[in-house]
Design a protein around this ligand. Structure first.
Ligand SMILES: [Zn+2]
Length: 321
């Protein structure tokens, strides 16, 4: 992998390649923007480029530093992230990082410190990080990554060069999905819209049987049948809810006279138009509120059978009236 394979973040890549060209070190960056658009991937590629033996404006992907960095096994790439079972990144991790900052690089030219999910730094940890971000040593580069810029202490973010990452354009996501997963245009277009330009999410849904399950749930619904089979466990239940939310959102958009361009389920356009006529605006609002609330119920371990009955009764009563 290399910068060339990162699509839709041209501005960010240009800034980083300029920085490589000018051999800028002793600097802290803050990558921010929505989740799943390539921030941590770019951070890794940038870290590789900084220590790549080809010494160009991109990583070669073949040399020892590149190969080891890919596996996060390169001793001069320090990668810190929120642990799965933890709510915050504690001060002990930042203390370890601080001591590593003061050593010379082990094997490479530059020590790279990446903190993913920087919004989760505890206040203590963030305060401890201030000095490092303000003036990293000349042989170091620090990269903080966050989806929530405002949740990062302003004293830290003001010391970093901020680099914005954006959602990919729909056509860019469609292009990647068609290329990498052999999806047809209708499928890739639906996933690009459903995932709102978040390429990681779209990739995750492209490989499995999501499209089949989505077809199943919407077909079942439009035939007026029950859909317990799509709520067998928490994860599946949430996925089914998301599919229904996107469907009812479309009904609402049609009702409000929005052009087809804004719909997620464009491949079912005629059906969406017909269904939207069955509901009043306030019925759709109330259904969407019920569906959104259901995500919380799933988290609270409510009986899924009861939940689907509730959703179903609410949606179908109107459908069949
Ligand atoms: Zn290399």
């Amino acid at each position: 992998m290399s910068f060339k394979e990162i699509i839709g973040q041209e501005t960010a890549i240009k800034i980083l390649q300029n920085s490589l060209k000018e051999r800028r070190r002793g600097i802290s960056y803050l990558f921010y923007g929505p989740g799943g658009v390539g921030k941590s991937f770019t951070a890794k590629e940038f870290a590789k480029s900084l220590n790549c033996q080809q010494d160009a404006l991109d990583s070669c992907g073949q040399c020892i530093p590149c190969l080891k960095s890919d596996k996060l096994e390169y001793p001069d790439l320090h990668w810190l992230d929120l642990k799965e079972d933890s709510q915050s990144i504690g001060i002990e991790h930042i203390r370890q990082m601080q001591s590593a900052v003061n050593f010379k690089p082990f094997e490479g030219k530059v020590k790279v410190f990446v903190i993913n999910n920087a919004q989760a730094l505890s206040e203590e940890a963030a305060n401890c990080l201030l000095k490092v971000t303000e003036e990293p040593p000349a042989d170091s580069v620090v990269i903080l990554i966050t989806t929530q810029l405002r949740a990062v202490l302003p004293t830290i973010s003001s010391r970093c060069q901020k680099i914005k990452f954006s959602n990919l354009r729909r056509m860019q996501v469609e292009g990647i999905l068609s290329r990498d997963y052999a999806l047809d245009l209708q499928e890739s277009s639906y996933l690009a819209r459903y995932c709102d330009g978040k390429i990681s999410a779209a990739r995750a849904l492209s490989g499995g049987d999501f499209l089949t399950r989505r077809k199943g749930i919407l077909d079942t619904f439009s035939h007026g049948e029950g859909f317990e089979e799509f709520f067998k466990d928490k994860a599946q239940g949430k996925e089914s809810l998301s599919i229904l939310v996107s469907y009812f959102r479309d009904l609402m958009f049609v009702k409000a006279g929005m052009p087809a361009e804004y719909l997620i389920n464009q491949d079912r356009f005629q059906e969406v138009i017909a269904a939207s006529r069955l509901y009043t605006h306030s019925e759709l609002l109330s259904l969407l509120a019920k569906l959104s609330k259901s995500f919380e119920y799933i988290d609270q371990n409510i009986n899924l059978r009861l939940l689907t009955d509730n959703i179903w009764t609410a949606a179908l009563r109107i459908w069949k009236k």
